[in-house]
Design a binder for this molecule. Structure first.
Ligand SMILES: Nc1ncnc2c1ncn2[C@@H]1O[C@H](COP(=O)(O)OP(=O)(O)OP(=O)(O)O)[C@@H](O)[C@H]1O
Ligand SMILES: [Mg+2]
Length: 400
């Protein structure tokens, strides 16, 4: 190809998927002076190498799905962290609505003038760059750390953490890490039905500096797209996971994941304090019983002493529909805080736990699954509103 005359740096673009009219658009983009079409692949797996190593500025993904193609976006996100734009030849209201809540930059309905598509791609890469500049040094992401805690055992921390993380990966299309910080008796991997080869213990005792690539070598992938870093296999190995090691681990994880969900034990130990220092949202699990409420009040006081901002605490009432002579508003009165999420009790939960399959996957439409899925959606709502202002849907040109 002859040397480019354009003054602007060309956008390195990769095209994935297919839909009516996409081939024609791809051809037009390939010959556009502002675009460098690095490659194309109708299925994401076929383009994995280019997506991961192509130093891409954006991915343009065509879908035939009438609803939001969460699986397809998750598959792309596994390899590439750059902005993703969706094109479709017809879009349902559901597709548009769900796209608004995802991290997809734009949705374009075909047919389109190629200039409009180039404009949308440019716009997405600009805000992507700004994001990277604002994020942690060296990484394009600044993942959100969501810690699930309760000062009482058995309140449902692991059920909530595993299902929330699965929902973030599977239904929100976020690159998600579940970190099991119940260092002595963690059972997140078992609840997810994964058999890890490596755990957080192997990671912290491995020689050399920790970086994103090294972290990737120690995580285990779940079928939902979620990455898991399990607790040590033996309780005595827990003490090697020090505060300093964990702090570094979280900083590194932030650079390569959109969200890191941390499951915990009911104690404020060193690694937990290092986690709190970096926690963006603390989900405090509560249930309708007096001892838990008492401990939760104490935990809120401790958090106060640690200067943990109250604005980052969300009370989650698990088994909220249990008939035990206490109402959710009594919990609010006792804690002096609003209950932000209610998760009902459901027999499907222990069944799913025993099968090693998260209930949000096993019983997608059960009330408990809906509650956890909406919690996952809510986690991203605040920054989304800001992004939503920048994002738009680009309707198809009139065919008339
Ligand atoms: N919403 C729910 N409906 C029905 N059962 C539930 C629900 N939440 C949790 N459970 C059950 O309670 C048990 C304890 O939950 P979980 O292991 O998540 O608690 P935990 O807080 O992580 O406990 P630990 O402090 O021991 O780690 C689970 O085996 C699960 O079957
Ligand atoms: Mg647990």
């Amino acid at each position: 190809m002859p040397g480019t005359e354009t003054q602007r740096e060309r956008v390195r673009l990769f095209a994935t998927g297919s839909c009516e009219g996409f081939e024609k658009l791809r051809d037009s983009l390939a010959s556009h002076p502002e675009i460098e079409l690095v490659g194309a692949s109708t299925d994401v797996a076929g383009g994995a190498a280019a997506l991961a190593g192509g130093h891409l500025d954006a991915v343009l993904h065509a879908t035939r799905s009438a609803t939001f193609p969460a699986d397809e976006i998750t598959a792309i996100r596994e390899h590439a962290s750059c902005p993703i734009l969706i094109v479709a030849s017809s879009g349902s209201a559901g597709l548009l609505e769900q796209a608004l809540d995802s991290d997809v930059s734009d949705v374009l309905l075909l047919p389109q003038l190629v200039e409009n598509v180039v404009f949308a791609i440019r716009k997405a890469t600009h805000s992507g760059r700004r994001h990277a500049a604002n994020g942690a040094a060296g990484g394009g992401r600044h993942g959100k750390i969501v810690t699930v805690f309760s000062p009482k055992g058995g309140t449902g921390k692991t059920v909530t953490a595993t299902n929330l993380a699965t929902a973030c990966a599977k239904f929100e299309g976020r690159k998600t890490l579940l970190l099991d910080l119940d260092l002595q008796f963690g059972d997140a991997a078992i609840m997810l039905g994964v058999e890890p080869e490596k755990t957080i213990y192997d990671l912290v005792v491995a020689p050399g500096e920790l970086d994103s690539e090294k972290l990737a070598g120690y995580t285990t992938k779940h079928a939902s797209g979620l990455y898991v870093l399990p607790a040590p296999l033996r309780p005595e190995d827990a003490e090697l996971v020090t505060e300093a090691k964990l702090g570094r681990l979280l900083e590194v994880a932030r650079e390569s994941f959109d969200v890191i969900v941390v499951d915990t034990s009911p104690f404020f130990h060193g690694p937990m304090l290092a986690t709190l220092d970096r926690t963006d949202e603390l989900l405090l699990l509560c249930s309708l019983d007096v001892p838990t409420l008492k401990n939760l009040r104490l935990a809120l006081q401790t958090l106060d002493l640690l200067s943990f901002p109250k604005s980052r605490v969300r009370i989650v009432l698990n088994r909220s529909n249990s008939k035990v002579g206490m109402k959710p508003n009594e919990v609010e009165g006792a804690l002096g805080m609003k209950v932000r999420f209610e998760v009902p009790s459901d027999r499907a939960v222990p069944l799913a736990v025993n099968r090693g399959n998260p209930v949000v996957l096993a019983e997608e439409s059960a009330d408990v699954s809906r509650a956890i899925k909406s919690m996952a959606k809510e986690l991203f709502r605040a920054p989304k509103e800001e992004q939503g202002k920048k994002r738009r849907f680009i309707p198809a040109l009139s065919r008339a």
